[in-house]
Design a protein around this ligand. Sequence first.
Ligand code: SF4
Ligand code: SF4
Length: 360
Amino acid sequence: MIMSEKGKQHVDSCRFCWMCHHICPVGNATGQERNTARARALGISLVNREAIELSEIMDNIFECACCGACVKECVTGWDPVMFTKETRLQAAMEGKLPEYINVLVDNCIEKGNAYGITEIDAALKEKIAAHKEKTDLVLFLGVDAIYKAPASAVNAIKVLEKAGVSFTVLEKEPASGAQLEYLISAANETKEQMAACAKELNGFKTVVVYDPQDAKVLKREYKEWDIALTAEVKTFTAYLADLVKSGALKAENSGKKVVFQDPFQLARDLSETEEAREVVKAYAVLDEMLCNKKDTMWAGNILMAEWMPEVMNRVAEDRMNNARGVNADTIVTASVSEYTALKAVEKDVKVISIEELILG
Ligand code: SF4
Ligand code: SF4
């Protein structure tokens, strides 16, 4: 396999190191040594030394959420997300992706979402149609909300309506490229999808991005890969914080004790931890669970549930236990994917989205 010298250096540094094995949400959920940064590096190093075939490690390569908890934990600055993504890109170029990933990639390219869904839920369609007129601000919903969690997308629209914001929602919203970026990294197909998305969004002054995974690529990878996006990009949570601050959203504190689940894309990739807290604190009493802010523990997502649904439930269960650890009875989310993952295992601890907190 062709791997950059930098990639090889990181792989060889991680392959015999145990220091971050306790932090991996997937490894903790499965209890398996294969789900650690070290094991993944060892596998890649064996491929680099031509001891095994790339195809032999590809299932393992797709068992990583790329959540960056290991990167954050590493005191010596090595980056397992970087070499995992490089391996995915190389596998895509060599035609060595697992078949179940190929299907998702083809769907992203042909249908604009990994699930291959083309119909939009009727209630969401109606809400979108009510905001089809062109304004300066576009609310970017993202493929997970549109195709897998339409009720969340409807709530996001309702929150902006409640604040009296004039905004547009695109009837044919382009894919941001976030799913392809996760599946095949910096492939040409990913960049082409991103460029097409940027072209459409540049017709607006401001883009408010509902899903943190889209916000991460729009604010970070687009810049790194020279995708010309001129519109101002704001995360949904930062925008909500502005609305609370300006009084457009009139908050009443219910006195309810809640904890907040930081999406890693906001907390680690975009260094945004306070904006959502400002919103939560306006409506409820915020407590903190173990692993918060930049140390957040990922709670699962919609995309990986396509090939490892049981593990996603265990990942979400583990995070629920952190909420139980501080006797919280409600966990507030700011990621449609984590909301869906946590909802799937909801029992004694209630799961609500930041939109539901605002809408009451
Ligand atoms: S990321 Fe750092 S702590 Fe984790 S395995 Fe690599 S070198 Fe060790
Ligand atoms: S990026 Fe996240 S899921 Fe992947 S090895 Fe690191 S901690 Fe585990």
